[in-house]
Design a protein around this ligand. Sequence first.
Ligand SMILES: [Zn+2]
Length: 316
Amino acid sequence: MQSISRRGFVISAATAAAAFGLDGPLEFMTPAFAQKADKGFVKFKVGDIEVIQMYDGTWEKAHDPGFVKNASLDDVKTALKAGGLTDAHVPIPFTVTAVRIKGKLVLFDSGTGAQLAPTAGLITKNEVMKAAGIDPAKVETIIVTHFHPDHISGLMAKDTNAPIFPNATIYVPASEYKFWNDPTTTAGAAKRIQAVFPTWKNIKQFEGDKEVVPGVKAIATNGHTPGHTSYQMGSGSRQLIVLGDVTNIPALFVRNPSWHAVFDADGPMAEANRRKMFDRVIADKATVTGYHYGLPGAGKIKKDGKGYVFEPVKVA
Ligand SMILES: [Zn+2]
């Protein structure tokens, strides 16, 4: 399940489910979809917004009883199995959303840059972007959800920290920027951020819920990190919401919205914003993308008992 190969699809649906972190039915795994996913990306439209989902790989996270603060390891394993996933580890995929909106290409976050897990970094290593028709040198707009390393490492070269997208303006939530650039913040990638971002002239901070670039509006969804932000495009059911890390993998955290992953800096705030956002996208019938939802990594959220369920889009 480390690589996306066509064989993976024909061998077993469970293998594919594990590779893609899906918790929904697999009937959309048509041969055409498999062929597209084989290249590490899928494209579809929401209204007149073209969405390109690019798969960066999956981190096979070793089990850790502290991973979900308020659920046992047994509960986690049971939920993984119920979602059709392996319970040998927690499979956490990384998926970058790009859109073409109002004639502009916009990237949300950047992938792991092949710097985190040996089983991730496909966007950088295997030229998934070029296959999807995106030349990193020509990317002009990147919008960041938050500064965890799995979301921003793809902005910087491994050893030199040189910009991977030299011609892009990188839009970041001001509250997120301030938190990570505070010298008293030492967690995660703080040191690297503090060494690199203040020297980059192409980073633009924005405050609050505003239109960041034409057609793309910020929605503060703090909790996962102090400045975590989601993004909304279009309207009504022709609406796309880039959730970022409002939840981690659906099989665990869409199903169980009250579960607090150790990655959530403020669990109760993250949960409150998660519920608020899910109820909003259900009411609007909006399509969402989640950074840790695998491929296609986009679909609808539906209510299901005490929790929710994620139904992936069907890509013909
Ligand atoms: Zn993340």
